[in-house]
Design a protein around this ligand. Structure first.
Ligand code: GDP
Ligand code: MG
Length: 216
């Protein structure tokens, strides 16, 4: 990867996400998924980790994905579609791991996600969001294990980097890399982001442009 291709991908990413993004589908169950089309990229993570905020920051739309102060609101797979020609879709996944969830809810989440990950040929990547303040927790490890068993490649994205001091951030990045070494299916780099400051957005957009190129 040269600096030149990097800059080119970043510019293409900027253009792609400057286009019109819209909501297309919400699916509470595996039976109601939209027909497979284009290339899908999904965002997973604990409730409140910043999935919906990240989708809003990527697309430059304040209220495309609904964000919430109350954890555990999104219990559906929500699909967003980019400019027609791109064929790119973003999928906001239901959050996991909020303390007040009854066991049955956790079980139904796991089932939905598992089925989605196993049967979705159009799914090119799952971004697993991890709060930069907390690092990878046990419940995240369970999800990484589920992903290891699926055929989908995934990458960790640290969120809310604006809330963490630089030294602490470095520590959490290296701890995350160490944890990822035990997950051979994980992409061996972490993306550091803040939806609030916009940090990491150009790189994340560029990463999706690269995926689109690999699929074409
Ligand atoms: N400081 C800071 N707060 C954030 C950031 N991203 C999200 N949040 C806040 O975290 C809370 C949960 O965000 P949300 O996107 O709804 O999380 P989700 O449940 O994973 O979809 C909200 O109060 C957001 O304002 C960020 O980059 N920086
Ligand atoms: Mg959400």
């Amino acid at each position: 990867m040269t600096a030149e291709t990097d800059a080119k991908l970043i510019e293409e990413g900027r253009k792609l996400f400057a286009g019109e993004w819209k909501f297309v589908w919400a699916s509470p169950s595996i039976e109601t998924l939209p027909p497979m089309a284009g290339m899908e990229v999904a965002f997973a993570g604990r409730s409140n980790v910043g999935k919906s905020s990240l989708i809003n920051a990527l697309t430059g739309r304040n209220a495309l994905a609904r964000t919430s102060h109350t954890p555990g609101r999104t219990q559906e797979l929500i699909f967003f579609e980019g400019p027609d020609k791109s064929g790119l879709r973003l999928v906001d996944m239901p959050g996991y791991g909020y303390a007040s969830a009854p066991k049955t809810k956790v079980a139904s989440w796991t089932k939905l996600i598992h089925q989605f990950l196993l049967g979705r040929a159009t799914l090119a990547r799952v971004y697993v969001l991890i709060d930069a303040r907390h690092g990878i927790k046990d419940v995240d490890q369970d999800v990484l294990k589920t992903l290891d068993k699926s055929a989908v490649s995934y990458q960790v994205v640290l969120t809310k980097a604006d809330q963490v001091k630089p030294l602490e951030l470095e520590k959490h990045i290296s701890e995350t890399m160490t944890a990822l070494a035990k997950h051979p299916a994980a992409f061996p780099e972490v993306l550091v982001t803040s939806s609030r400051s916009g940090a990491g957005m150009p790189e994340l957009r560029a990463a999706m442009v690269r995926l689109l190129g690999e699929r074409a």
